[in-house]
Design a protein. Structure first.
Length: 260
C-alpha cells in the first residue's frame, strides 16, 4: 500500500482521494441513515452533484458515448458537492415537510468520514513543485523527434498503452490537442515502437512525449493516468488521478493559463 499525492495505491489498484471520499461517504451514509427516503436522497445528491459538474464539459461534437461516460464513469471529472447536498436535503424534507430525527447525526458523521482522505493525503515533501526541464524525445505523426523540455502553461498527462483508463480518455485529449489546446501527453516506460504501433492501430493522431519516467518520479506520479496543470512558470497548480471529463479538462487548462 502506498499513500501518494494523488491517491491510494493497492497493488495494481489506484484510488484517487476523490474516489475514496465518495466511497467512504456513500458507505457511511448507507450504514447510518436508517430513516425513510435516505437512499433516494443519496441518489439525488450524487445525481445533482455529478450533473452540475459534468454538464459544462459535454460537447455535441464528441461521440454520444463519450458524453455519457463523462457522467456515469465516477473516475472521470469531479463532483459539485454543495448543489448535490442541497438537493439531497430537499429530497429528505419534501415528503413530510420536515427533516427526519436521525438526520443530524448521520449527516455529520458522513461528512467527517468523507473528509478523512483529505487528512491522510501526504504533504509533497521532497518532491518538485515545478516541472523539471528534463529534455524528452517526442513522437509527432509517429516520427521520433530530438529531445526537448516540455512546454509550460498547460496540462501534462502521464499515460501508458496498457492502462485502460488512459485509453478511455485519449479520444478527448486527441480532439482537444488537435484544436490547439496546450496538452502534453507523456508516455511512461514504453518504447517509441510500442507507442507508435498503439497510436496507429487506434487511429489516434496525438503527439506524445516518451520516457516520462524521467519526470514521473520527481513529480510524485504513482498511478495512471495522472494529469497535472502547469503554470506558465512551470509550477504545478493542479493534479488529478484517473481519466478526465470534458469539464475537468477545461478546468485544468484554465487553471494552468490563469496561474502565475
Amino acid at each position: 500500500m502506498n499513500l501518494g499525492l494523488d491517491g491510494l495505491t493497492l497493488g495494481p489498484l489506484n484510488l484517487s482521494w476523490q474516489s475514496l471520499t465518495l466511497l467512504l461517504g456513500v458507505v457511511t451514509w448507507l450504514g447510518l441513515a436508517r430513516f425513510a427516503h435516505a437512499e433516494r436522497a443519496l441518489f439525488i445528491t450524487l445525481l445533482v452533484a455529478r450533473l452540475w459538474a459534468a454538464l459544462p464539459g459535454l460537447d455535441g461534437g464528441r461521440p454520444l458515448l463519450e458524453n455519457v461516460l463523462d457522467i456515469v464513469d465516477v473516475r472521470r471529472g469531479s463532483w459539485a458537492w454543495l448543489p448535490g447536498l442541497l438537493a439531497g436535503l430537499l429530497a429528505l424534507w419534501w415528503p413530510q415537510q420536515r427533516f427526519p430525527s436521525g438526520l443530524p447525526r448521520a449527516l455529520v458523521v458522513t461528512l467527517i468520514v468523507a473528509a478523512l482522505p483529505g487528512l491522510l493525503k501526504p504533504a509533497p515533501q521532497g518532491l518538485q513543485a515545478t516541472l523539471p526541464a528534463t529534455p524528452l524525445p517526442r513522437l509527432i505523426a509517429l516520427q521520433p523527434q530530438p529531445p526537448a523540455p516540455l512546454p509550460t502553461g498547460g496540462i501534462v498527462n502521464f499515460w501508458a498503452t496498457w492502462c485502460g483508463p488512459c485509453r478511455s480518455e485519449l479520444p478527448l485529449l486527441d480532439a482537444q490537442q488537435s484544436q490547439g489546446a496546450n496538452i502534453q501527453l507523456v508516455n511512461v516506460g514504453e518504447s517509441a515502437q510500442t507507442v507508435g504501433a498503439f497510436l496507429k492501430a487506434n487511429m489516434l493522431g496525438v503527439q506524445t512525449w516518451l520516457q516520462g519516467q524521467e519526470l514521473s518520479g520527481p513529480l510524485g506520479v504513482t498511478g495512471y493516468p495522472t494529469t497535472l496543470a502547469v503554470s506558465r512558470t512551470g509550477r504545478v497548480v493542479g493534479r488529478h488521478l484517473g481519466p478526465l471529463s470534458g469539464a475537468q479538462l477545461r478546468h485544468l487548462l484554465e487553471l494552468a493559463k490563469g496561474a502565475p
